[in-house]
Design a protein around this ligand. Structure first.
Ligand code: MN
Length: 550
């Protein structure tokens, strides 16, 4: 028996036969582990460590799937109570079929009716080392595996031991094992995996994945493309679609992004000229919007949108427009706020598709201000934000100084944070976070951070809110960390001469002499994105926990 088991481990293709025979890959998003999709990486890293993953799987019964990389497959146990750091716990672990290596990134929803139907998150992952053997397949075959774990949650040594009675087989003929954690430095008495329910991949819970399974496994694609982003790609407008806009008269219907839009006043100047450049017409704004949509829509998707409308152009006064009007086409994605009072906005536009952003731009929505929470969880922000808001007498150099001080603070704290120029006079910093904290918590965290930074340069910063009371000083505005308060979205135009854009920058660019808050416009930012990519993309990875500030 051990010899057979070992033989099957040496041939991972055979090891996956059971796995494949149990699944219909036309119906489940799980990876098939086809030979052509075998990963190129070596089986173990330079330190001889192999990968492991633990998935929390709500199928017919909740269980955790503990999977160790051994000889090119993931050797797997289903653990109903989950792996733990608690050295007193002895948890049943049922040895199940080997899974393909690509499964370690699988997070999503397996359709009901399919094998293992339910939702799956990547509860933990990292590397592991077999202890006291360099042949873990042999250790598994002989019924005892010792594993030193280097995960985000699991640390220290786990031991798996096959139960001997009745050949170690329980119901269904599967081997029953026991999983324990050693009494070592990583052990934590009373530790319960259910107290740590979030994905280490996306920061989401099983419930959140179930509600919004937008990271899916496309088993019809090669392995290196199969794990489809949490934020699926937005298509670009075709050259034909852009040419059709250019060919329209002053108004007409435009077929774009699979929708038919009525567009009007195309030659109207919406942004006055800046310097010697020609002014920006509505036609040019719409062309920009169509071109930037693949980059801009991911920051708007799933969020109520507050439009700053300037139907007469940036040269006249704008106003906030939140209520989706009755005349809006039926296909526009929208959200009814269940908490709206009588005088509140009841229905918001949600830019889930690029045509919706074109509709907003045609409607005079020159500026796009999306909520910092999503419609699923309106009281749970997905980022904390610092708004370095210059006063009338604040020089650009002072804004830069404040931004650099924040840069140093984030670096010191080890927090991923992303700066952008506002397109007007300031700089903002967006900090992606795993859903969880309330707005009160993110606001308090940003206030604490900014007050610490501001104390370094008290002569530059005012903590009074009225502009007239600020003596011309800058304000570090943490108060926008609140429901239905918004900052301008990345890549949104600003209602100023020349159509400047709120553009992401690198932290290093704070030291570039050419940097200006309105350095990029609807005419230049597309080239920058083509050259540098989307510098804000990390904001979409909402897996961070804000550290406690001393
Ligand atoms: Mn499972």
């Amino acid at each position: 028996m051990p010899a057979q088991r070992r033989a099957s481990k040496k041939a991972p293709e055979r090891g996956l036969e059971t796995y494949r025979s149990m699944r219909d890959f036309d119906r489940t998003p799980e990876p098939s582990g086809t030979p052509s999709s075998a990963p190129a990486e070596p089986a173990a890293d330079a330190h001889g460590r192999r990968r492991f993953v633990v998935q929390r799987h709500r199928a017919r019964r909740l269980h955790y799937d503990l999977r160790f990389e051994i000889d090119g497959v993931l050797v797997s146990w289903a653990v109903p109570k989950g792996p733990t750091l608690d050295p007193s716990a002895r948890h049943l672990a049922v040895h199940v079929e080997d899974h393909p290596l690509e499964y370690e990134d699988f997070e999503g929803v397996i359709p009901g009716g399919q094998y293992g139907g339910g939702d799956v998150i990547v509860w933990d992952r990292g590397t592991w080392e077999p202890h006291a053997t360099d042949d873990p397949a042999q250790a598994v075959a002989s019924g005892e595996l010792h594993a030193d774990m280097y995960g985000e949650k699991l640390r220290g040594r786990l031991v798996l031991v096959r139960r001997d009675e009745a050949g170690g087989r329980g119901d269904g003929g599967k081997e029953q094992w026991l999983l324990v954690h050693k009494h070592d430095d990583a052990a934590v008495e009373g530790w319960d995996p259910e107290d740590h329910p979030r994905s280490v991949l996306s920061g989401r819970t099983n419930e959140e994945v179930r509600a919004d399974p937008d990271r899916v496994w496309r088993s019809d694609l090669p392995a290196d493309q199969a794990s489809v982003e949490l934020h699926p790609a937005v298509p670009a407008a075709s050259e034909d679609e852009l040419a059709a806009l250019a060919d329209l008269g002053s108004a007409g219907t435009w077929d774009v992004f699979g929708r038919r839009l009525r567009v009007t006043n195309l030659d109207k100047v919406l942004f006055p000229a800046r310097g010697d450049e020609p002014p920006v017409t509505k036609r040019e704004l719409l062309a920009y919007t169509a071109r930037i949509a693949p980059v801009a829509v991911p920051y708007l998707r799933g969020r109520p949108l507050n439009l700053h409308r300037y139907p007469q152009g940036a040269g006249s006064k704008g106003f906030w427009h939140k209520q989706l009007p009755d005349h809006a086409p039926d296909w526009l994605p929208r959200w009814d706020n269940p908490e709206a009072d009588d005088d509140d906005t009841t229905t918001y536009l949600v830019v889930d598709e690029p045509a919706a952003l074109l509709w907003a731009a045609n409607f005079g929505g020159l500026e796009w201000h999306a909520w910092t929470s999503t419609t699923d969880h309106p009281h749970r922000p997905t980022y904390a934000m610092v708004d370095i808001d210059p006063g009338p007498s604040t020089a650009w150099d002072d804004v830069l100084l404040l931004a650099r001080l924040h840069r140093d603070a984030f670096e010191h704290l080890g927090v991923r944070a992303y700066p952008k120029v506002t397109g007007r006079r300031g700089i903002q910093v967006w900090v992606p976070i795993a859903p969880g904290p309330s707005f009160d918590e993110t606001r308090a965290w940003v206030e604490r951070l900014s007050r610490t930074v501001g104390a370094v340069v008290p002569e530059l910063v005012s903590w009074r809110w009225g502009v007239s009371e600020r003596g011309g000083h800058a304000r570090l505005d943490y108060t926008q960390n609140a429901i239905n308060k918004t900052l301008v979205a990345p890549y949104s135009p600003r209602a100023s001469a020349g159509a400047p854009v709120s553009a992401p920058i690198t932290w290093d660019e704070l030291d570039e002499p050419w940097l200006r808050p309105d350095a990029f416009t609807v005419r230049t930012v597309l080239d920058r994105v083509a050259e540098r990519g989307d510098l804000f993309a990390g904001v979409l990875r909402t897996d961070q926990t804000l550290p406690r500030l001393a």
